[in-house]
Each structure stands twice: as C-alpha cells, then as structure tokens.
Write a protein that binds this ligand. Structure first.
Ligand code: SAH
Length: 355
C-alpha cells in the first residue's frame, strides 16, 4: 500500500505526467485534477468521464487521502467553525472556516505545531512535530469544502506553523489552490503569513511568486519584539523591513502587517508612534488583532477603548486600519489559538462529526 502515489498534493502538470506514465493520454490528468480540485471529488467511482479500466488502474497505483475530521466545533457567536483533523500518522492539526458574507475564508495550517516559540501563541506550546505535505495542506481545504458545501473565496496561511519554514510544500499547495482548472482562487486572495523569515522572504521575491504576504509584526522595538518573538534575534525587524521593501518594490504589492495588541505590553503611545513610523517606510496596511487570552500566559486582551486609543495614536485619525476581532473566540478558533490538546477531551454538547 505504501507504494501508492498520493494524488491530492500533485500539481496539474504532475498529474499529466503521472497518467502518461500509466499509458494514458495527458488530458486525463487534467480531468483528474478538475475532479479533485474543482469539484472536491475524491472517489474514483464518481469520476464518470474517466474510462473504467483507467479507474481500476488508478485504484491499484494511487490514492486520494484527505484528513479525517475528528471534531468540528461551531462557534456560538459567529458562524466560524474549527475543524480538528487527524492525519495519516495519527497527528492532529486544526483548520478554521470563517464565513463573512460573500467572503468565505479558510485558515490553513502549514506545520504540525511550530518551532518558533512566540510567547503569546498557543501553537508554540506544542513545539514542532513535523511539516505538512502539500497534499495535507490542500487536503484541509478539500475536507472543509466537502463538509460545508461552500465555495471558498480566500485562503490565509495563518493556522498552525510557520509557512516560510515549510516553503516548498506551502507554495506547491498555493499553486494547486490557485490553478484555474481547479479551485481557481486568485493570487490576490491567497495570503502567506510569516513571523519574518527574511531569507525566505527574499527568496520568495526573487522567485516572483504571485501570492500576498503578511508579516506578524506585533512589536516595533527589537528588544521588545525579541522577548515576544524569539525569532527576532535571528531576523531583526530591520532585516524583515528591508526584505519586505524589496518584495513591495519588485512585486508592486502591498504587505499586510498583523499586530496582536496586548494591553500593557505593546500598546503604549510610544509603541503606536514607532508603528506609525514603521508603516511610513513600507507599502502596507495594518490589521490589529486584539490578543486572545491563552491559559497560563500573563498577557491581557485590550478593552475596546484601549484598542481605539492605540489605533488613533498610530494613524492620527487619518488612515484606515482594520481591526480583526477574532472569529469564534469561544471555540479557541482565533488566530494563534490553534492548539491540539493531547489529553482526553471532556464530552461537550456540541456537534462532533466523525468521519
Ligand atoms: N507563523 C505565521 C503563521 C501563523 S499566523 C505567523 O506568525 O505569521 C497566526 C497569527 O495569529 C499571527 O499573526 C500571530 O501573531 C497571531 N496570534 C498568535 N497568537 C495570538 C493570540 N493569542 N491572539 C491573537 N492573535 C494571535
């Protein structure tokens, strides 16, 4: 069984090549790609335009493995839903579905856990268990689509893990998601969020990938940021800024800055002033995310008043800033709150979907 080829993480070109190696004509690869990624069909019996003999051949040599839904937790205050998936090797990851009117966003994980140890982030507590394959990344999306029946419009790589440290697989997944024979999601609607792995940002720019970038900035003073995000010791704010400037200059795209606002930690008038001056140096927009409390951590969520004050200090009341009140706070489906508990869960009176 282990020699079977996994089809979900294959690009259209790879599928064309694969089917030609099986002796089929290459357009069968396009058909397969479209069944999987346009129609979210992973059952060969349903792929009725493929010849029966070819399907039997595929059954022997290939498989389409989407992660198993072991839990699905709807939020009571929004229509967001958090999915807990079990991977082939038993490890678990989380993915969030966030519908807001016509916009249906899926927040994808790129790694099981994370190695970066940001102090305010729940996923950091897991440590890094492993990278996800391109198939596991796209598989999260297929599973969400199949379960919700929704057409997904936006993708953010803001789930578990650091996408830039699983660079090849994340990009491959992004290209599969973008392909117009498949899900056809515009490159403007696919955002890769990073803590600022400057080396990888430079590579991304040099290779001219068309997707959008977001930087989780969270602090504008090197020492302060290093105490919250240890990666700053390796890639300083200055380094990230230079790498991102290169990206905006060459791509003519704007970067999104994420700023998790923590009361008494990074919300002083001086923080706001530094953030304002940082923003002047870069073609960017700002998303302020009120911190979602994590058990056992000393940080505090800002009040609405504190948040408004901070924003007006940053902008001087002039430009627009988006505040992302995280969706599904009660289900810990907020960004940075994805954490798989390995302990036995207490029974809850919420829908539990088992595949
Ligand atoms: N490692 C990448 C991808 C994860 S994105 C990155 O950091 O960009 C997760 C986002 O949620 C980041 O912007 C992070 O700063 C934010 N975040 C982490 N913990 C949070 C918390 N407790 N409350 C609110 N946002 C948080």
């Amino acid at each position: 069984m282990t020699s079977q080829v996994e089809l979900i993480g294959m690009t259209r070109d790879e599928l064309r090549l694969f089917v030609s190696e099986l002796g089929e004509r290459q357009f069968r690869g396009n058909q397969l790609f479209s069944w999987i990624h346009e129609h979210a069909v992973v059952d060969l019996d349903e792929m009725t335009n493929l010849p029966k003999e070819f399907r039997s051949q595929l059954r022997l040599s290939a498989e389409m493995d989407i992660p198993e839904i072991v839990d699905m937790v709807p939020s009571s205050d929004t229509s967001s839903r958090k999915f807990l998936f079990k991977l082939r090797d038993g490890l678990k990851i989380e993915t969030v579905f966030i519908p807001e009117g016509k916009r249906k966003t899926v927040c994808l994980s790129s790694q099981v856990g994370c190695s970066l140890g940001c102090k305010f982030c729940a996923t950091a507590k897991m440590g890094l268990l492993r990278n996800l394959t391109a198939g596991e990344i796209v598989g999260q999306l297929l599973a969400v689509r199949r379960e919700t029946g929704e057409r997904i419009t936006n993708i953010v790589f803001m789930g578990m893990g650091e996408p830039m440290l699983n660079y090849q697989n994340v990009l491959k997944a992004a290209y599969i998601i973008h392909d117009d024979d498949g899900m056809n999601i515009s490159t403007r609607k696919i955002t890769i969020s990073t803590v600022g792995i400057a080396r990888k940002i430079r590579q991304f720019t040099k290779e001219k990938h068309p997707f959008k970038l977001a930087l989780s900035l969270n602090a504008t003073d090197e020492t302060q940021r290093a105490s919250l995000m240890p990666i700053t010791k390796k890639y300083s704010i200055k380094d990230c800024l230079e790498a991102l400037k290169e990206y905006t200059d060459r791509s003519r795209k704007r970067v999104t800055l994420e700023y998790v606002l923590m009361s008494g930690t990074n919300d002083s008038p001086a923080d706001a002033r530094r953030l304002a001056s940082f923003m002047k140096k870069l073609n960017c927009k700002l998303n302020v995310i009120p911190y979602n409390p994590i058990v056992g951590e000393p940080f505090k969520r800002p009040t609405v008043h504190q948040l408004e004050k901070f924003i007006s200090n940053v902008t001087g009341g002039r430009s627009m800033v988006t505040v992302r009140w995280s969706q599904g706070k009660d289900i810990n489906a907020a960004c940075g709150q994805l954490y798989v508990e390995n302990v036995e869960k207490t029974v809850r009176n919420q829908t539990v979907v088992s595949a």
